[in-house]
Design a protein around this ligand. Structure first.
Ligand SMILES: NC(=O)c1ccc[n+]([C@@H]2O[C@H](COP(=O)([O-])OP(=O)(O)OC[C@H]3O[C@@H](n4cnc5c(N)ncnc54)[C@H](OP(=O)(O)O)[C@@H]3O)[C@@H](O)[C@H]2O)c1
Length: 280
């Protein structure tokens, strides 16, 4: 009865998986509530704050608002834009290539053991991870979390004509995988084939599907064509680019971002630097 409760997000006012938090605060007779930011979710959107004020509580809203919004950025994108929070990620050489020219063999290594471990941490924080058809084919990535703790994200690949071979790691059945295609759906363990119309804004259709499947965050790990199509469609919230100081001289060009976006923050990991770009 003499305490102050500090919350990053407005206490909810509706019955979801649990009863309303605002009711519990009222029941416990907590007199003072300090809230970071209002809940963007339409079923709450200020109703929790009103409920507390109507019960005679002292409510302060907006303390460290931007920091609190950053904490819940995935939840905000999901509830306001009706799509997952989209992070685009790639590693590039000093002369802006993401791979050498090749038709098979292993991809060029631009990351260090430390940064590749931290990418696995990013994977563990995402609900889903996506690659283009050529990356799935040429790099044969498993897209799982191995060098960090946490769950595997749902793997997503595009395969319009179903040309990807069955022995790729993404088809190993180890973790749920979505394949967006316009072909008949074959049966494969842990693989869900989702039909979309590739001739008409495929990314928009994919985002709609992911929203319906309650996927709140998506990490797009390449290649260049897929990343560029997200950038060109303005479908991204955050980009992080791993810069390697070595040169490749030729190969697959890194995606291009408009000059109006600048690097907002950077993190140094030995020779590698992570640059972040944000929409706002
Ligand atoms: N350094 C890094 O961070 C990094 C990360 C990943 C990959 N890579 C490298 O990148 C290279 C592959 O990149 P890439 O640009 O050639 O290929 P990609 O982006 O991996 O795949 C391109 C293919 O994906 C499909 N696709 C992509 N965007 C689409 C869209 N918006 N709508 C519908 N389909 C779409 C198309 O498949 P269809 O042809 O079937 O229509 C397209 O041909 C590899 O060399 C790989 O090693 C580097």
């Amino acid at each position: 009865k003499r305490s102050t409760i500090y919350v990053s997000l407005e206490p909810c006012s509706h019955y979801g998986k649990t009863p309303p938090c605002a009711d519990l605060i009222i029941e416990k007779q907590i007199p003072r509530i300090v809230i970071g930011c209002q809940d963007p979710f339409s079923e709450v959107a200020g109703r929790g704050i009103r409920k507390l004020r109507n019960a005679g509580r002292e409510v302060t809203v907006g303390v460290l608002k931007e920091e609190c919004k950053h904490l819940i950025r995935r939840f905000i994108s999901f509830n306001t834009l009706h799509r997952p929070f989209i992070t685009l990620k790639w590693a590039e050489s000093a002369d802006r290539f993401i791979d050498t020219v090749r038709t098979d063999g292993t991809p060029v290594i631009l990351s260090s053991p430390l940064t590749s471990m931290l990418v696995h941490k990013k994977r563990a924080e995402a609900d889903a991870i996506m690659v283009g058809r050529r990356t799935a084919l040429l790099d044969n990535p498993s897209l799982t979390v191995r060098n960090w703790y946490g769950h595997n994200p749902i793997r997503i690949a595009l395969d319009r004509a179903l040309s990807l071979p069955n022995d790729l790691q993404i088809f190993d059945g180890e973790t749920p995988t979505f394949i967006f295609t316009e072909q008949e759906r074959p049966k494969k363990k842990n693989v869900t084939y989702i039909n979309i119309d590739f001739s008409h804004n495929p990314l928009t259709q994919i985002m709609k599907e992911l929203y319906q499947r309650k996927i709140q965050s998506l990490l797009v790990e390449g290649g260049s064509q897929l990343l560029q199509s997200f950038i060109d469609s303005a479908l991204w919230d955050e980009i992080f680019i791993e810069k390697c100081p070595d040169r490749l001289y030729s190969g697959v060009k890194a995606p291009e971002i408009s000059d109006k976006f600048s690097y907002s923050t950077e993190e140094h990991f030995g020779r590698q630097i992570w640059h972040y770009v944000h929409q706002d």
